[in-house]
Design a protein around this ligand. Structure first.
Ligand SMILES: [Zn+2]
Length: 131
């Protein structure tokens, strides 16, 4: 099997792919980017928190125009995963208002987005409708 690397460092691959956040040990605020201090309280202690892989759509935009090479339309969304907001695209859904709605239950999914010359695959993520 080809080696796989996550597109972003907060995507954890494996048997059960999930997102991982830095959680402030003082106030519990979660951040996906690496920080030296908490933006909410200024504390500097962080632990790693696994983010729920299911959530619901709390905001979305159907993107009709994008840079050349990016297929449109697509759905950019904010998904609430058990209290943590995650920005991601919705996938495996028709990108129109008949199929995407606020409060829609979704789950994390991962997919290859390309491979380099050595065959190492880059893996991206999105959220798809949950049955
Ligand atoms: Zn904090």
């Amino acid at each position: 099997m080809a080696e796989q690397i996550p597109l972003v460092d907060y995507l954890v691959l494996g048997d059960e792919p999930h997102l991982s956040a830095h959680e402030c040990t003082t106030c519990g605020a979660r951040f996906f980017d690496r920080r030296n201090a908490c933006a909410a309280c200024g504390a500097t202690g962080f632990t790693t928190a696994a983010i729920a892989t299911r959530g619901e759509v709390t905001a979305f935009t159907i993107v009709a125009f994008a840079a050349p090479g990016i297929p449109v339309p697509f759905v950019a969304a904010v998904v609430d995963c058990d209290g943590t907001s995650v920005r991601a695209n919705l996938v495996n859904v028709d990108p129109d208002p008949d199929h995407v709605r606020l409060g829609m239950p979704v789950r994390l999914t991962t997919f290859p987005i390309g491979a380099d010359a050595t065959g190492t695959e880059a893996i991206g993520f999105g959220f798809e409708p949950a049955a």
